[in-house]
Ligand binder design. Structure first.
Ligand code: UDP
Length: 323
């Protein structure tokens, strides 16, 4: 299939481009290089530098490519930043999404695989979280993703679009070529690995008095290659609607740090810090729907496997893509 892929210079978009091309699909990446990295753009893909907030730019690109389907990764994705600058989240993630969807309508492109998030659920009532959990986002980031889900749901009903909403849990790990490089970095695993690289003294544990077995937060860490595989299944199958993507298993902050110590052989000093505002105690996916309907099962779910892949990439790219 010919895929129009936004955000291919970012973390999840770069790995999905790599896997799509390995499987014989054609990929055109549309990215403004605002937060992504030119070095993360698959050389086998076509590249159009453009910004989703510029309606004409995305309309022209879509008309030129005439894809069979769209994969939409380009977005701002920092919860904390969204609490300070909500307007850039609504403009980029919602207005940008609407411009993309209108370009699809104008060119009769129906299928879109959209990067959504477990942040659309907010504080869940039940864990594991299934797709029918009420969506009550607690921050503008989650809200912006939910607003675009709703837009696409109406275009499905009224214009015959085929949207798939992939609600990710905690994406992590790397391939040989592409890994995680955010600025500023706020995610647990890359921050822990920076200690092992000697770039930071220690890692902070944000709270140890949660209602969890060891008192630290539980998250569902899902390998980026497993995530990318789910996108390809969602593309190739005749499906629509939401799918949670996680392993169904929670790992605590302490367990993640311990796995990083074992993989790197570095003692990784850790110090207790106050809770981070807005962190729910447990976010774990109920991902049975993805297994039943997409035929998707994580293959790289083991925390050591995840950390080992990330460690290999960070050792090869100690300064990220900027090296
Ligand atoms: N966390 C931590 N120290 C850090 C960064 C994160 O203790 O330096 C915790 C955070 O509070 C959360 C978990 O690690 O419970 C995963 O956080 P991350 O930012 O990686 O992902 P999120 O779950 O917020 O999307």
């Amino acid at each position: 299939m010919r895929v129009f892929l936004t955000g291919g210079a970012g973390y999840i978009g770069s790995v999905t481009s790599e896997l799509l091309l390995n499987e014989g699909h054609e990929v055109t990446i549309f990215d403004n290089l605002g937060r992504g990295h030119r070095e993360a753009i698959e050389p086998r893909a076509d590249f159009i530098e453009g910004d989703l907030r510029d309606k004409d730019s995305v309309a022209d690109a879509m008309a030129k490519v005439k894809p069979d389907a769209v994969m939409h990764f380009a977005a701002y994705a920092l919860v904390g930043e969204s609490m300070v600058q909500p307007e850039i989240y609504f403009r980029n993630n919602v207005v940008g999404g609407i411009n993309l969807a209108e370009a699809m309508l104008a060119n009769n492109v129906q299928k879109i695989v959209f990067s959504s998030t477990c942040a659309t659920y907010g504080q869940p009532e039940r864990v594991p979280i299934t797709e029918d959990e009420p969506q009550r986002p607690q921050n503008p980031y989650g809200e912006s993703k939910l607003m675009f889900e709703h837009t696409l749901k109406w275009y499905q009903e009224l214009h015959g679009m085929k949207p798939v909403f992939l609600r990710y849990f905690n994406a992590c790990g790397a391939t040989e070529t592409y890994g995680e490089d955010h600025d500023p970095e706020t995610h647990l695993i890359p921050l822990v690995l920076r200690v092992a690289l000697g770039q930071r003294e220690s890692v902070k544990i944000f709270g140890d008095d949660y209602d969890t077995p060891d008192g630290t937060c539980l998250r569902d860490y899902i390998h980026i290659v497993d995530l990318a595989r789910a996108h390809i299944l969602a593309l190739e199958k005749d499906v629509s609607g939401p799918f949670n993507l996680g392993t169904g298993t929670g790992n605590s902050v302490l367990e993640v740090i311990e796995a990083c110590r074992e993989v790197t052989g570095h003692p990784i000093p850790a110090e207790l810090a106050p809770r981070r505002p807005g962190d729910p105690a447990r976010l774990v996916a109920g991902a049975e729907k993805a297994e039943t309907i997409l035929g998707w099962k994580p293959k790289l779910a083991d925390m050591h496997t995840i950390v080992a892949s990330a460690w290999k990439w960070h050792q090869a790219h100690p300064n990220g893509y900027g090296a």
